[in-house]
Design a protein around this ligand. Structure first.
Ligand code: KG4
Ligand code: ZN
Length: 344
């Protein structure tokens, strides 16, 4: 089954062709980063306008790279939620038109589930595994029992981890987008230069919840209080110290969740899963006998291949979306399937 995957939820305009959920024939990602750079953040109105201008070319490029004609595609999957509504609507409308014109199945998939599924394309893990979704908009620790069976164990109670990276980077002028720039700077820095606050106390009801606003505020506004007094107050040192605190906070929750649930496998996904320090800390878990998997860098950040691959799973199970369904900016309740099971 050749599935065309379309992703336009934020500032990447992407289309991919994936065969049977595993073989990536093409994964074209046209990033809008340079066009949002002057504003130091994604401008929703601009994003949707650019998707409208680019989507047709991006899909054509994905088909050309896959060496396929449109009529050789078996189904179209598109990000239906969550994200910037205007941007989502561009991808969803295009996908509906494409599917209708060829009379092939149309599937709207959840962006968060797709990030959590991305590692399965290249390095499939047996279920259940601990899923760690770390992106610009979300921080979720969950039990994954199947491609659509996700039970949330903990989430951020305020900022997402990627948002904290981006805000700290923006405040210090490290560059845009902030996460990648901060990761690069941190490689040259001393992580002991600033001893930022550690994780907040665990609550009985929500033991795996996490908070990033305290760390973000400490790194932005109270640098002096956490300085070790000897190392330089350099960009590299701020980046390294912040990055280590942010990742260690997450790893502490990940380790507790693994120990307390007894799960033996862990998989990360989302833009922050591209972070070099997080990847090395997750890899260390394998020394303790855990199986660790994360997507290659290109499949961590937003891309059409993860949408096509997850779409294939629904398709294979006889699940389709209806043309009457629309995009939504909101996160779905994780326990509830929102795609319709249809009679084959
Ligand atoms: O998954 P993604 O492309 O979009 C969302 O669904 O949010 O994630 C984007 C986020 C941004 O916050 C970006 O700064 C962060 O991922 N990011 C990184 C790195 N690469 C991307 N954060 C830390 N280190 C990186 N290497
Ligand atoms: Zn994303």
């Amino acid at each position: 089954m050749r599935v065309l995957g379309i992703e336009t939820s934020c500032d990447e305009c992407s289309a991919a062709v994936v065969v049977d959920g595993h073989t990536i024939l093409s994964n074209v990602i046209a990033t809008q980063i340079e066009l949002h750079k002057p504003y130091e953040g994604v401008v929703p109105e601009l994003a949707s306008r650019l998707h409208t201008e680019w989507i047709s070319q991006v899909v054509k490029a994905a088909l050309a790279k896959a060496q396929l004609r449109p009529d050789e595609i078996d189904a179209v999957a598109v990000t239906g939620r969550p994200g910037l509504l205007g941007s989502l609507l561009v991808g969803v409308s295009f996908a509906k038109g494409f599917a209708a014109s060829l009379d092939i199945p149309f599937l709207m998939v959840d962006h968060i589930r797709a990030h959590l599924y991305a590692s399965q394309i290249e390095h499939p893990l047996a279920y259940p595994y601990l899923g760690v979704l770390v992106s610009g908009g979300h921080t979720v620790i969950c039990r994954v029992d199947g491609y659509d069976q996700i039970e949330v164990l903990g989430t951020t109670i305020d900022d997402a981890i990627g948002e904290a990276f981006d805000k700290v980077a923006k405040h210090y002028g490290f560059g845009y987008p902030g996460g990648v720039a901060l990761d690069h700077l941190a490689k040259e820095g001393d992580a002991n230069a600033f001893l930022f606050p550690g994780p907040t106390l665990r609550t009985k009801d929500h033991p795996y919840d996490i908070s990033y606003s305290g760390l973000k505020t400490a790194a932005i506004n109270q640098l002096e209080s956490f300085w070790n007094g000897t190392s330089a107050k350099s960009a590299e040192n701020i980046a390294a110290s912040f990055q280590r605190s942010a990742v260690n906070m997450l790893m502490k929750r990940v380790r507790s969740a693994l120990e307390e649930t007894g799960m033996k496998r862990v998989s990360a996904g989302g833009g922050v899963a591209a972070n070099s320090y997080l990847r090395s800390e997750l890899n260390k878990l394998s020394e303790g006998g855990y199986e660790v998997s994360f997507p290659s860098l290109k499949l961590c950040t937003d891309n059409g291949a993860m949408i096509a691959a997850l779409g294939y799973r629904y398709l294979n199970d006889g699940i389709r979306s209806d043309f009457s369904e629309s995009a939504s900016a909101r996160v779905t309740a994780f326990k509830k399937q929102y795609l319709q099971r249809v009679k084959p």
